[in-house]
Design a protein around this ligand. Structure first.
Ligand SMILES: CC(C)(COP(=O)(O)OP(=O)(O)OC[C@H]1O[C@@H](n2cnc3c(N)ncnc32)[C@H](O)[C@@H]1OP(=O)(O)O)[C@@H](O)C(=O)NCCC(=O)NCCSC(=O)C[C@H](O)C(=O)O
Ligand SMILES: [Mg+2]
Length: 303
């Protein structure tokens, strides 16, 4: 299975109604932005917010940051109009909330197509209900536009009646099922938000756990957490050095007609080289982030 490699270490939500946040996001070191029309935007503000986020996406002033717009569900008064407006807004992707079936994805896809969406407009799905998680294998394969899944751990915890614990054991089955479906379909997948902005230790632990599980990055609710997420989901210098060593050692072994090699007593095969190449490419893409992204990366992100 091959994957496109794009840094998605930190993806920041902001209410579509908050024009100050939409403006501020141009200078923040997040790899991606989610301009939110759904839960972070009050009903009375939804129509105005739609105009704000589409204008922000159209201005294309977010540089290399990946811009997603989270629309309202098609079962609401705003969902259809949100999709039509997003279709030609110039955003990179549309994030569908509370997706529960492959049909729901195909319905959104049909509306986008009819509204003139370009072929490269991506669809992303929030996985945040028990029904959605149980159907994630079908959802993740529902459309060629699908680029990724985003865990909605707050809604999922609400529906499961489970606790938000440090180790997130109550959520592990859901996280694992969604990771399997994402990777089986070559999709990216982002971990859910950490709600307590004063709990730096808990935030760091959830980032470390998310990376260990295989997530590409974390969704965030405040700029002050961008630096920690960027650090947690980036390959470390040691990992990059090790990856370069095993790529070289394996290439040398292949030249000698061997398929495997021992490096520092550890067996290295093709599969390790594949992971090492992905990690080195990710590191190079992070290093290549230009302008304010690179500067903020060096300084750690400030709100
Ligand atoms: C949580 C907040 C409401 C806090 O806002 P505020 O009180 O304004 O914070 P600060 O004063 O500390 O802000 C400092 C500066 O940073 C800017 N700021 C703050 N938050 C953001 C942001 N998210 N994006 C961009 N910029 C931001 C402020 O404007 C200040 O800037 P300056 O004027 O220069 O001083 C707020 O952070 C917020 O609204 N966060 C996002 C909440 C949100 O989007 N929630 C929905 C997504 S989470 C979700 O839905 C989960 C999922 O669906 C699930 O089920 O799990
Ligand atoms: Mg949610």
């Amino acid at each position: 299975m091959s994957f496109s490699v794009r840094p998605r270490r930190s993806v920041l939500y902001m209410p579509g109604s908050n024009t100050r946040a939409l403006e501020k996001a141009r200078t923040l070191a997040a790899d991606g932005l989610i301009l939110d029309l759904e839960d972070a935007t009050a009903p009375d503000a939804k129509e105005d917010a739609r105009g704000h986020v589409c204008a922000a996406a159209q201005a294309r002033s977010y540089g290399q940051r990946e811009v997603l717009i989270r629309v309202n569900g098609l079962n609401t008064a705003w969902g259809h109009a949100d999709l039509v407006a997003c279709a030609t807004s110039g955003c990179d992707g549309v994030l569908l909330p509370k997706v529960e079936s492959a049909d729901g994805v195909r319905q959104a896809e049909a509306i986008l197509r009819a509204a003139g969406a370009p072929d490269d407009l991506a669809l992303w799905c929030m996985m945040e209900t028990p029904r959605g998680v149980l159907d994630v294998a079908a959802i993740a394969g529902a459309s060629p536009r699908l680029a990724g899944l985003v865990m909605g751990t707050s809604d999922l915890a609400k529906d499961l009646h489970c606790a938000h614990t440090l180790e997130r054991l109550p959520l592990i089955t859901g996280l694992g099922l969604c990771l399997l479906a994402a990777r089986a379909n070559g999709l990216a997948i982002l971990d859910g938000v950490h709600l307590d902005l004063q709990d730096d230790e808990g935030f760091a632990l959830s980032c470390a756990q998310g990376r260990e599980l295989g997530f590409d990055g974390k969704t965030l609710i405040h700029p002050k957490t961008i630096g920690a997420a960027n650090a947690a989901f980036a390959p470390s210098a040691e990992e990059v050095a090790w990856s370069r060593r095993i790529i070289e050692a394996h290439a040398e072994a292949v030249r000698e007609g061997k398929g495997v090699v021992l490096v520092d007593g550890k067996l290295v095969e093709n599969l390790h080289v594949e992971s090492a190449r992905r990690l080195v490419t990710l590191d190079e893409k992070i290093a290549a982030l230009g302008g304010d992204l690179a500067q903020d990366r060096a300084m750690g992100s400030q709100a």
